[in-house]
Design a protein around this ligand. Structure first.
Ligand code: ATP
Length: 307
């Protein structure tokens, strides 16, 4: 990991207007940076805004407000996006939890994996394309015999790996992985996670890793942000966050899996107590750095802020 920022998210908001009276504040003024070579985790309960964040970054959703910079370019500006569309599409990819809906059912696995080359007009000849497809299948642990099958002839786990192979096909600099392994068997999950770590180490891949799986995030992510009702309530190096969660919501999220020793528990409790007072005394909320690189949201989060 180094100091080069691949992604900068500044004051991002994404609201969905359901009808005249109902606005869902799915993402409500969040800011964070992701550095080159980093796997950055985004955790939080269902509906907290994680997927909306990922989809806003990759331009599936147009942000309501805020800016997104990718390698220094403001890609949330539609003019910049248009001018650099090829560069962005080659360097930024998303992997969804269930790739099935993003795989064209009328295409064979080979065609699906090689399609990004064709779209981006990378004029590789047939043999080169085929050997690249085999290489990618091997990378994600897909049997070569599947190459001429259609998605419906593959299992769910195989289809997911086809989606991952396709996302990796152009050697992107940045991947948004939105629950990429939740639908896979445990052994294949481990294989894909190891693949991410390998790519991070060998190619300097940078990744936004969205997940419910707190153990997996702890294992794979360098830094982690916690979302709650459209806000980032805490962000820190993963080790620090799991060792010393501060925001009451983070603690609630972790409480099922963290079992500190009794003594530690006592310290933790008295510290939270003080922090809670600070958290809830702030009117307009903001992230405050409580120790180096460890930020906690200070301010009220209304229980109806998401609606
Ligand atoms: N296209 C949409 N139109 C309207 N509301 C939406 C849309 N997408 C998401 N939402 C709402 O925005 C909020 C955040 O949803 P989002 O999918 O980002 O959460 P999440 O943290 O990714 O949840 P999960 O872990 O279940 O995927 C939810 O209240 C959701 O219902």
């Amino acid at each position: 990991m180094n100091n080069e920022k691949i992604l900068e998210v500044k004051n991002l908001k994404k609201y969905f207007q359901l009808d005249r009276n109902t606005v869902i504040k799915a993402v409500d003024d969040i800011s964070f940076d992701i550095y080159k070579g980093e796997i950055f985790g985004l955790i939080g309960e269902s509906g907290s805004g994680k997927s909306t964040t990922g989809r806003s970054i990759i331009n599936i959703y147009k942000p309501t407000a805020g800016e997104i910079f990718f390698k220094g370019k403001c890609i949330s500006d539609s003019k910049v996006y248009k001018a650099d569309e090829k560069f962005i599409k080659m360097n930024m990819q998303i992997i969804f939890q269930d790739s099935t809906s993003s795989l064209n059912p009328r295409m064979k696995i080979k065609e699906i994996i090689e399609e990004p080359f064709v779209i981006q007009k990378l004029y590789m000849n047939k043999e080169q394309r085929l050997s690249k497809v085999y290489e990618l299948m091997d990378l994600v642990g897909l049997d070569k015999n599947l190459i001429n099958r259609y998605p419906y002839e593959c299992s769910g786990g195989q289809r997911q790996r086809v989606g991952i192979a396709r996302a990796l096909s152009l050697n992107p600099k940045f991947i948004i992985a939105d629950e990429p392994i939740a639908s896979l068997d445990a052994s294949i999950q481990a294989q894909i996670v190891n693949l991410f770590k390998k790519l991070q180490k060998e190619t300097g891949l940078t990744c936004l890793f969205i997940s419910h799986d707190l153990a997996m995030v702890r294992h794979i992510c360098n830094r982690t942000a916690v979302m709650y009702r459209g806000k980032i309530v805490e962000v820190a190096e993963t080790k620090e966050l799991y060792k010393n969660p501060i925001h009451p919501y983070t603690r609630t999220l972790f409480s099922s899996m963290l079992m500190p020793e009794p003594d530690k528990n006592k310290n933790l409790f008295s510290m939270t107590h003080n922090i809670d007072d600070r958290i809830f005394s702030e009117e307009k909320g903001k992230l405050v750095e409580v120790s180096k690189g460890h930020f906690v949201y200070m301010g009220q989060i209304s229980v109806v802020s998401n609606q």
